[in-house]
Write a protein that binds this ligand. Structure first.
Ligand code: ADP
Ligand code: MG
Length: 298
């Protein structure tokens, strides 16, 4: 998935631990083959190739992932949208962009975006992207989904405790061998040597979005690689969003969404969701937390 996964398991001995870790890796690889839009052989690529042409039959697993992604779009008023992917062409966040795309170019790229243009046929298990040139991508939800699946698999195999860390998308279950809960340190992105606080995570996920390597800067504004599907503009103003949720998939998608929604709308939406909390750091270093978060200050 173009990201690093770290897997930790609690086991009686190293041999058993390695068997379980290999199992998790195999599961993550399997999911990558299904959802990657880089791999030309994936069902996701087949959906994209047939945009505006015909519906594509897919595995139930992919169909359901797309269904859930659409539900998150509805939950976030379209801030999260897997059809964001057709805007990829005009924004490059690797330092190669020298000037901002023109208004017309931005408007054209948004024309192909919209989760309402994904046509799902449950009976036939097909997915059809209505507009030619439309594309879906799981960049903001796939890591979380893979982490959830790997965790579920190991739990089902009887692994008592562990951590699946998908490049900062953390998913835990059980307790540390010493009986204590897993804890996650929240670092301040303005000063990575300083930890802002510690939070216990019991059988849940914590995801931080805010990739400091992927951004562009124009006229003094820092734009991140998360694009508002409604305006076609990359988001600015927030530098890091951490979301706590029972599942990594939802946490992953919501962390991305809060970037687009902004501090006020983002906090408001998170406060309405049961068992979901967040920490937002804006570009002045100010920290905002949702209503029910308790951080043990270091
Ligand atoms: P990171 O962990 O790299 O900060 P995120 O989980 O926040 O990443 O996801 C960012 C990625 O999501 C982008 O690189 C892109 O692939 C995709 N993306 C960008 N904007 C949106 C959006 N509005 N809705 C859904 N996916 C998006
Ligand atoms: Mg995300």
């Amino acid at each position: 998935m173009g990201s690093r996964f770290d897997i930790t398991v609690v086991a009686d001995d190293e041999t058993n631990a390695n068997v379980e870790i290999d199992r998790a890796i195999a599961e993550i690889t399997r999911i990558e083959r299904l959802i990657s839009s880089w791999d030309a052989n994936s069902q996701t690529s087949e959906i994209n190739r047939n945009a505006g042409i015909r519906p594509v039959k897919v595995e139930a697993e992919l169909f359901q992932l797309i269904e859930r992604a659409i539900n998150i779009s509805k939950l976030t008023d379209g801030a999260f949208d897997i059809t964001y992917a057709s805007m990829d062409k005009i924004w490059k966040f690797d330092g190669t962009m020298k000037e901002m795309p023109g208004e017309k170019e931005i408007a054209n790229s948004v024309a192909k975006v919209g989760y309402d243009k994904i046509i799902l046929d449950k009976e036939n298990s097909t997915v059809f992207l209505k507009a030619e040139g439309m594309k879906i991508g799981f960049g903001a939800i796939g890591k979380g989904y893979a982490a959830d699946q790997a965790k579920n698999l190991l739990m089902a195999k009887g692994v008592p405790a562990g951590i699946i860390n998908a490049s900062g998308d953390m998913n835990t279950w059980g307790k540390q061998p010493n009986g204590e809960e897993w804890q996650v340190a929240i670092t301040n992105p303005m000063d990575k040597s300083k930890s802002y606080g510690l939070l216990p995570i019991t059988d849940g996920a914590v995801v931080t979005s805010g990739n400091y390597e992927k951004f562009v800067e124009f006229n003094g504004t820092h734009y991140t690689h998360i694009i508002d599907p409604r305006s076609g503009m990359p988001s600015s103003g927030i530098i890091s969003v951490t979301v706590f949720a029972p599942k990594a998939e939802l946490a992953d998608a919501l962390a991305t969404s809060v970037f687009v929604m902004g501090v006020e709308v983002g906090l408001n939406r998170i406060n309405q969701l049961p068992k979901v909390e967040c920490i937002i750091i804006d570009d002045t270093g100010k920290v905002f937390t949702s209503d029910n978060i308790q951080i043990k200050k270091l």
